[in-house]
Design a protein around this ligand. Sequence first.
Ligand SMILES: Nc1ncnc2c1ncn2[C@@H]1O[C@H](COP(=O)(O)OP(=O)(O)OP(=O)(O)O)[C@@H](O)[C@H]1O
Ligand SMILES: [Mg+2]
Length: 413
Amino acid sequence: MNPVRISSVSGSLANPVPPPSAQEIQGLLRGVIDPELGSDIVDLGMVKRVDVSPEGDVTVSIALTTTGCPLRAQIQKDIRARVGSLPGVRSTHLNWTELSSEEKSAAMARARWNARENAPATMVPPTTKVLAIGSGKGGVGKSSITVNLAVALALRGLRVGVMDADIWGFSVPRMLGLEGRLRGTMADDQRKQIIPLRTSIGDGELEVVSMGLLVEDEESALMWRGLMLNRAVQHFLEDVQWGDLAYLLIDLPPGTGDVQMGLARLLPRSDMIVVTTPALAAQKVAARAVNMARKCYLRVAGIIENMSEFTCEHGTTYRLFGAGGGEALARAAGAPLLGQVPLEPAVASGADDGRPVALGEGVAAEAFRAIAERIVTDAAPPVDMASCSARLLDAAIAALDAAPTGVDTSTAT
Ligand SMILES: Nc1ncnc2c1ncn2[C@@H]1O[C@H](COP(=O)(O)OP(=O)(O)OP(=O)(O)O)[C@@H](O)[C@H]1O
Ligand SMILES: [Mg+2]
C-alpha cells in the first residue's frame, strides 16, 4: 500500500486558505461509520489513501467490503459532506476499490472486536443518525428547535430519540408536556439501565431522556442522582435502552465546551446543527459552536436561523432581531441554511403548554416541517438498511453470540 502523503502546503493566491493535511482528513473520516459493521471506515482499514494537492483538491481511496453494496451512496455522501466542509478544500474525489478477502476478514474481525469492546460504550444503535443542536449562545431557541424538529420528524412516521443534555437547565419535558418518570432496569450484566419515556406522535414515536424525568419521590431518586449528576451525558448514551431510532436529537446546553467534546469522543459520528438568531452579533457567537465542532471533527450538517421575522395580526412583517445572521453563518461554516423559523408567539405558548407548535398549523409549524423534510431528504438522511443485501453486521453478531460463551463453537464462522 502506498504511504499516506501528508500535505500542508500553503494555498496559492486563488485559494488563500491553506488546504488541510491528509492526517486532518483521516481524523475527520473517523466520523464516517460503515452502518453495517458499526465501526468507522478508518478503523476498519477501508481508507486506503488520502492525497491533498496544494490547491486543495482531495482524493480519497476507499475500499469497500463489496463494491456493489447499496450503502456505498451513503458512505460517499457522508465523506463528501465531511471533507467538503473543511476550509481550504476545493474539490473531493473518491476512488472505489474492494477489500481483498484477507482485508475483509480483518475488517470483520475488527468490527467484531469493536462490537464486543464497545458494546457498553454507547447504546445508540449504529444505524441511528445523531444530530446535536447547539449554539454558542443561550436563549436562541435550541430546546424549542430540538423539540419541534423531533415532533416534525416523528410526524413523518419515524422513531426519534430526544436527549436533553442540558443537565441543569433542562426544558424538554415541559416543552413536550411529559409528566412521567424514567424507570430503571437491571441489564443482564447487572448494570443499571434507564428506559426512556416513550410517547406516540402521529405514526411515529418519541423516546425522551432528561434530568427532569428522573424519579423524584422514591428512595432510588437519591441513588440515581448521585450516579447521574457527575457524568450524566455519558450515562444517557451508555445506559439508556434506546430503541431502534432513526434519529437521536441532542439538546445541548448553552455555550461550547465539555458536552460537545464529550459527545465527539463518545459518538464521533454525531452531526451538529447550529442555531443562531438573525442578529449579526449572535451569529458571531454561534460561530464558536461551529469552530468547536471543527476542532472535535464533528460535521456541521446545517444552520437554523430562529426568531427570523415577526408578522403581526395586520400582516406587517418586522425583522425584530435584524437579518442575515443565518445566511452569514451558513456561508462561514460551509454548511447549508436549513431554514428560518419566524418569531411566533405560538412557539413560546406551545412550549409553556407542553404542546409543541409543530403539532399544529401556522408559519412556524410549516418552517419546522420544511426543515425536517430537508434533513430527511438531503442534509442528514436516515440510514437506510433495508436495501442492503450484505447484512454483514447480522453475521458478526451471530458469530459473536455463538462463539465466546458456549463450549460448542462449531456454529461460529
Ligand atoms: N421562534 C420563536 N418564536 C417565539 N418564541 C420563541 C421562538 N423560539 C424560541 N422562543 C422562546 O424563546 C425562549 C428561549 O427558547 P429556548 O429555551 O428554546 O432557547 P435555548 O437556546 O434552548 O435556551 P437555553 O440556552 O437557556 O437552553 C423560550 O421562551 C421559547 O419559548
Ligand atoms: Mg435550552
